[in-house]
Design a protein around this ligand. Structure first.
Ligand SMILES: [Zn+2]
Length: 126
């Protein structure tokens, strides 16, 4: 009986922790993405679904998109610039396809990691 109560208390603490953690990560990602002019809602959803994986993914993507360069003359471009200020080359956010690929890759890695962690946990618990 006592063991069951401890088990239930642990379970509810774990669930509570996950809810708080998801809320915090969702809010943080939403704020960060909006600040950088990225799709805040999409990042918030990713944060809710993937937890800290989304946060890691955000940091990874943010780093990659930070220093955009003109594909024609290598001039540094602003994050949302559509044309190169030096040569006028249309930059059309060429990273979009790559970003989708990175996102898919990130999701696959996250699922794989969750499977491994889940497997280890279920093996430990019984
Ligand atoms: Zn250029």
């Amino acid at each position: 009986m006592f063991a069951m109560l401890v088990g239930m208390a642990t379970y509810f603490m774990a669930v509570g922790f996950i809810i708080v953690e998801k809320t915090v990560i969702t809010a943080v990602l939403f704020a960060l993405a909006r600040k950088r002019g990225m799709n805040a809602v999409r990042w918030a959803i990713a944060g809710f679904l993937l937890d800290f994986w989304a946060l890691l993914f955000y940091l990874w993507v943010r780093h990659k998109t930070k220093n955009r360069k003109c594909s024609n003359c290598s001039e540094h471009l602003d994050e949302n610039a559509k044309f190169c200020p030096r040569c006028g080359n249309s930059s059309e956010k060429p990273d979009d396809g790559k970003l989708v690929m990175r996102f898919v890759l990130g999701v696959v890695i996250a699922i794989a990691a969750f499977s491994v962690i889940g497997g280890i946990l279920s093996a430990l618990i019984g």
